[in-house]
Ligand binder design. Structure first.
Ligand SMILES: [Zn+2]
Length: 455
C-alpha cells in the first residue's frame, strides 16, 4: 500500500514527520494536528474555494476535537490567490497577531504562501491538500514572486500533510493533469542526474533515487484512467508527488525531482508566462511541455557518438568567463533575473582545462551512460501521448509561447540554474545549436514551431 512507501520515506525526511494520504483522510485532521503540534492552537488559512471544499470542515473538526483555534484567515473571494511576496507579508502580519500553528488548506500558491509566512514567524505548519497539482506539498522552499520575478524562497516543508483523496478527486481536472505533468518531469530529471553522476558533477544517491524513480513508472502509466477519474490512478499520482517532495527533503536539494524540464518551466514562470490567465497557467503544464522538449533533445543527443568528440577543438572554442557572462546578459533582460542568471551560470562555469578533463571522462563513460539513459528515458512521441491522455498541453503555443520564444528557451533555460543538465552536456559537447536546429527541421517534433509558422 502507498502508506507503506510514504512511511518509509518519512524516516529520511527532515521536516515532515507524518503524511496521511487516502480517502476520507480529513477525518483524522484533528488527530494529526494534535500529534504534530501537541496543545498548540490552530489557525486555518484558505481561500474562498478551498474554504468551501475542505477549510470549513477542517475548522469544524479542529473545534469539535476541543482544539483552540484562531479566526480562520481567508484570502478575498473572486480572485485567484497569487504567490506574491505582498501576500506573504499580509499573512505574516496576521499570523504575528497570535501564536497559533497555521493550517494551509489549498494547493500550490496557497501552500507556498503559508509555507513562507510560517517560516517568517518561526512556526511549523500543517498542509491540507486540495488538489493533486504539484509535488510541493512535501517539499521545502516556496515559489514566490518578489521584485518583479518569481524566485524560490527558502522555508521548511510542513511538519505534517493530510491529503484526502476524496477532496483531491473533486478538484478541477486541469489541476490533476498539472500534477501529472509535474510528475512526468521526473523521467528527464532522473536522466539529468545520471548525466551529472557519470561526469562526476553530482553523484546519484541510490536510496533517494529509488524514492522518486521506484514508484514513477506505475504512477505515470495510466493517464487516461487518471483523466477519467479512476481513484487508483489518482492515488498513484498523489503517492508519486508526495514521494518526490520527501526525496527532495531527504536529499536537501531538488535534484532528485528537477532537471532541465524544470529549468524550462522556471524560466517561463520567472518571466510570468500565463500569470495573467484565469486560472493562471499551471506549473505542471509548463513542466510537461518542458519534459517533451528535453526528451526530444536527449533523443538527438543519444544518436551521437560522444566518445569520438574532438576535445582539443572544443577546448579552443570554449568561451572565457567574461564571454559566458556577456551571453547570459544578452539572453536575459528581466530585472533581477539577469543578475540571478549570471550568478547561476558563473557557479557552474568551468574553464577550458576543466572542460577538457570532463569531455575526456565523458568519452570513456559514454557507452555505459548512453545505455542507462536509453533505459531511463521515454521516447518523446510516447511522452506526448501520455501528456495528451492526461489532459495536459503538448504544444508550446498552448502555453502562449511564440515559436521563437520556445526555441530560444533551449539556450536560455540553461543559464538560470547552476544545476548540471543535458542542456550543459549539449552545450559543452558543442552540439546544442545543431541539435536544436534538428528539432525544428521539417518532419521533426517541433517542425510546426518554426518561427513564422502559424501557431
Ligand atoms: Zn515541479
Amino acid at each position: 500500500m502507498p502508506e507503506g512507501r510514504i512511511e518509509a520515506a518519512l524516516r529520511d525526511a527532515t521536516d515532515t514527520e507524518r503524511a496521511v494520504v487516502g480517502p476520507g483522510a480529513l477525518g483524522v485532521v484533528a488527530e494529526v494536528f494534535g500529534q504534530a503540534f501537541g496543545q498548540r492552537p490552530a489557525a486555518v488559512v484558505a481561500d474562498a474555494t478551498t474554504w468551501r471544499v475542505a477549510g470549513e470542515r477542517v475548522q469544524r473538526a479542529l473545534a469539535a476535537a476541543g482544539r483552540a483555534t484562531e479566526t480562520p484567515y481567508r484570502f478575498p473571494p473572486d480572485s485567484f490567490v497569487q504567490a506574491t511576496y505582498g501576500n506573504v507579508e499580509r499573512l505574516t502580519r496576521a499570523l504575528a497577531g497570535h501564536e497559533a500553528v497555521p493550517v494551509a488548506v489549498g494547493s500550490g500558491s496557497l501552500n507556498d504562501l503559508v509555507k513562507r509566512a510560517a517560516s517568517e514567524v518561526g512556526r511549523p505548519y500543517l498542509s491540507v491538500a486540495t488538489a493533486a497539482s504539484m509535488d510541493g506539498y512535501t517539499a521545502f522552499g516556496a515559489a514566490i514572486t518578489r521584485g518583479g520575478y518569481k524566485q524560490t524562497m527558502s522555508c521548511p516543508a510542513p511538519r505534517a500533510l493530510v491529503a484526502d483523496l476524496d477532496v483531491l478527486a473533486g478538484a478541477p481536472a486541469d489541476m490533476t493533469a498539472s500534477g501529472y505533468g509535474d510528475l512526468l518531469g521526473k523521467v528527464t530529471a532522473g536522466a539529468d542526474w545520471l548525466v551529472a553522476d557519470a561526469l562526476g558533477v553530482e553523484p546519484v544517491d541510490a536510496r533517494i533515487w529509488e524514492l522518486v524513480q521506484g514508484p514513477l513508472r506505475e504512477a505515470i502509466g495510466r493517464p487516461g484512467d487518471l483523466a477519467a477519474g479512476d481513484p487508483g490512478a489518482l492515488e498513484r499520482l498523489v503517492e508519486g508527488l508526495v514521494m518526490s517532495g520527501l526525496a527532495m527533503q531527504a536529499h536537501a536539494s531538488s535534484r532528485p525531482a528537477s532537471g532541465a524540464e524544470h529549468q524550462f518551466s522556471h524560466l517561463w514562470e520567472m518571466e510570468g508566462l500565463g500569470h495573467d490567465r484565469r486560472p493562471p497557467l499551471s506549473h505542471g503544464f509548463k513542466v510537461g511541455v518542458g519534459s517533451l522538449a528535453v526528451a526530444a533533445l536527449y533523443e538527438r543527443l543519444l544518436d551521437r557518438d560522444l566518445a569520438a568528440l574532438d576535445v582539443a577543438a572544443l577546448r579552443r572554442a570554449w568561451p572565457a568567463r567574461e564571454e559566458a557572462e556577456a551571453a547570459v546578459r544578452a539572453a536575459h533582460t528581466t530585472p533581477g533575473l539577469a543578475e540571478a542568471a549570471v550568478a547561476e551560470t558563473t557557479a557552474k562555469w568551468v574553464d577550458a582545462d576543466a572542460l577538457g578533463r570532463r569531455l575526456t571522462l565523458l568519452a570513456g563513460r559514454w557507452p555505459a551512460l548512453r545505455d542507462r539513459l536509453r533505459s531511463q528515458l521515454v521516447p518523446a512521441d510516447r511522452l506526448r501521448e501520455l501528456l495528451a491522455a492526461a489532459g495536459c498541453p503538448t504544444r508550446p503555443s498552448e502555453l502562449g509561447l511564440t515559436a521563437a520564444a520556445f526555441r530560444a528557451t533551449y539556450a536560455r533555460a540553461r543559464m538560470i540554474r547552476r544545476r548540471y543538465t543535458v542542456l550543459d552536456l549539449a552545450a559543452e559537447t558543442g552540439l546544442l545549436g545543431e541539435l536544436v536546429d534538428e528539432l525544428f527541421a521539417p518532419g521533426a517534433i517541433w517542425a510546426d514551431q518554426t518561427p513564422g509558422s502559424p501557431p
